[in-house]
Design a protein around this ligand. Structure first.
Ligand code: DC
Length: 231
């Protein structure tokens, strides 16, 4: 059977990674979380003291970018590849609200995007990949056979994200999570380089009212149709 490229884009906390992981597992495809790569670069900048509150030393980050090595290693127990920053597993430390609060600024830097897009294209060069992010269908794989654009109301997304962070034991308020979701929507959609927009040929799915199972079945039908088209 032909292998295809599946691009899943959309707003923050729309459950892109949940569906992307399910589909990749079902098809035996590679799953790549491109947001994790932007988060890892953000963590690097934070560790190097390049970001504090409203102060972000962009030039220093660009200068040091060659020293930032991002890679993935498959974790058999989890069933997906975890992200590594300079050979250190950072899968957990990139998911804090602090990283979330800075990541859109780092993701707006063209040099960072160039570096990460090149890695993403390399990871998907043999097809058989499900990648989620903001610009996968528009910039990284404009020829992807299946493009999905996920949406849900900001409140629905903040509730889901709040529950996730609470379950992990993070002490955050619902209001701070909602603000982060809204701020990131605004920054990700308004940045100059590769803003978050729906590709013309992407299929939009609003999952505010869909269960995870309903969403899986819906996307699976789209996958079957895309696979049939390649035969
Ligand atoms: O998917 P996520 O929430 O983990 O992504 C973190 C941030 O990274 C998000 O606010 C925008 C940015 N991002 C991006 O600009 N391009 C991508 N392909 C993926 C993520």
């Amino acid at each position: 059977m032909n292998k295809i490229t599946i691009a899943i884009d959309g707003y923050s906390s729309t459950g892109k990674s949940t569906i992307a992981k399910q589909i990749a597992k079902h098809l035996g495809y590679v799953y790549v979380d491109s947001g994790a790569m932007y988060r890892a670069v953000t963590l690097y900048a934070m560790k190097q003291g390049l970001i504090h509150a409203d102060d972000f030393n962009v030039e220093a980050l660009i200068y040091q970018l060659d020293q930032v090595k991002i890679s993935f290693k498959f974790n058999k127990d989890l069933g997906f590849a975890e992200v590594y920053l300079n050979d250190e597993n950072v899968e957990k430390s990139i998911r804090t609200l602090e990283v979330s609060n800075f990541v859109s600024k780092v993701a707006a830097v063209t040099e960072v995007r160039k570096k990460l897009v090149a890695i993403q294209q390399q990871l998907g060069k043999d097809k058989g990949v499900v990648m989620d992010g903001r610009d996968i269908g528009t910039v990284v794989f404009p020829d992807a056979e299946l493009k999905i654009f996920m949406t849900a109301s900001a409140e629905t997304r903040a509730k889901r994200r709040f529950k996730e962070l609470m379950d992990r034991g993070d002490k955050v308020t619902y209001e701070s999570v909602l603000k982060n979701v809204q701020d990131r929507d605004r920054l990700d959609s308004s940045r100059k380089d590769s803003p978050l927009i729906k590709a013309e040929d992407a299929i939009a799915i609003d999952n505010s009212e869909l269960s995870i199972q309903q969403q899986f079945e819906k996307v699976l039908r789209l996958v079957s149709m895309a696979l049939e088209d390649t035969e």
